[in-house]
Design a protein. Structure first.
Length: 362
């Protein structure tokens, strides 16, 4: 599996950062638009022009609440030579799918945090297996954003997206999983915007305010970890929130409601397998004294195949049409103590963790 493209952008100007990003990822953005053009037509019955009409209320909401992020998105569009609406569609893809195709939607991701004595080397770790459509694997980028005076970010995103999963230079990490369902018909903030705003936060308290005070369009789970040894998992929905803390330093979340009581149909039944398997495997990290051995234990845990192909380490289900097949897009493991950021492209059983060429704290 080829390593994701690594892109660095740096400027105090949001628009200029976007232009740098769009220029560096223009070919991948074009590929992503082509996939979602076909995907939305198949999955949601929407032509691309209908998709662009669909996203207009979200554009107004982003402009009102997060104008700097919208300015950066406009820069991405300019750099890639596409319309702002095209970039917004990439950033609202989950909301579009759940609005129009919820009863068939499949989501993935298994997130984890290791604090206290959960890692035998005493370090704090956060990461996840990011599961999504198999066809977008080659559009994933690792993005470093230097944006003074805000924290520097490292994120893994689909090309053209402004935020998804990552960590920042204050020692805060965000890993997120879809939960499925719609609670009302009101327009709420897209998840990519919320997640970017969380990672932009200068401290932990501000990050949690953004997560809990911003009304999202669709439910999503957020696992927040801080290098000082704190982690919390928050199930965010337009109708309310639930939260849980680590047990013996270990915290894992998948794609089912683990705290909130929800009456919606379980979107990802395999989550009921993935979560306990991850807990069992990650518990072995407490027995390792060297950081290299801790990472090896994490990698082995996240490579579990019980329930294959819809396993913790997910693979395409050949029984599904190609446009619907999903797999682990990338596995991440961030050492928040040292600032080292590791990724394994694709399903982790296919690739070892690779150290990206940036440190969170340098």
């Amino acid at each position: 599996m080829q390593s994701p493209r690594v892109i660095e952008v740096s400027s105090p100007s949001a628009h200029e950062r976007g232009v740098q990003y769009g220029s560096a990822a223009a070919d991948l953005i074009a590929r992503a638009i082509d996939y979602y053009r076909a995907g939305f037509a198949h999955q949601a019955g929407l032509g691309w022009d209908q998709v662009l009409d669909h996203i207009q209320p979200w554009q107004l909401l982003i402009e009102r609440d997060f104008p700097e992020i919208l300015d950066e998105l406009a820069g991405v569009a300019a750099g890639a030579g596409v319309r702002l609406a095209d970039i917004l569609a990439l950033n609202c893809r989950g909301e579009i799918i759940y609005d129009n195709w919820f009863h068939e939607a499949t989501d993935g991701c298994t997130s984890f945090a290791l604090t206290d004595d959960a890692a035998g080397d005493g370090h704090v770790y956060a990461g996840q297996n990011w599961d999504w459509r198999h066809a977008i694997r080659d559009t994933v980028v690792v993005l470093r954003v230097v944006q003074p005076p805000r924290p520097t970010l490292i994120m893994q995103v689909e090309a053209g997206q402004i935020g998804r999963h990552g960590a920042n230079s204050t020692g805060l990490a965000l890993n997120a999983n879809g939960l499925g369902g719609r609670f009302d018909d009101a327009i709420g903030m897209p998840q990519t915007i919320i997640r970017r705003a969380v990672l932009d936060a200068p401290n932990l308290a501000d990050a949690l305010k953004i997560l809990t005070w911003t009304k999202a369009h669709i439910p999503s789970n957020a696992l927040v970890t801080h290098r000082d040894g704190f982690s919390i998992d928050i199930e965010t929905t337009p109708g309310g929130h639930g939260w849980e803390y680590a047990v013996n330093g270990l915290l894992v979340h998948g794609n089912h409601y683990q705290v909130l009581n929800d009456s919606h149909r379980l979107v990802s039944p395999d989550s009921l397998i993935r979560v306990p398997q991850a807990r069992k495997g990650l518990a072995k990290a407490a027995l390792c004294e060297k950081s290299e051995d801790v990472r090896t234990a994490i990698h082995a845990a996240m490579s579990d195949h019980l329930g294959h192909p819809d396993s913790l380490c997910a693979h395409p289900d050949e029984r599904l049409p190609a446009v619907e097949q999903w797999s682990t897009t990338l596995s991440s493991c961030v050492d928040l103590t040292t600032g080292e950021y590791f990724v394994a492209p694709g399903s982790p059983c296919e690739s070892p963790y690779e150290l990206i060429p940036f440190n969170l704290y340098q």
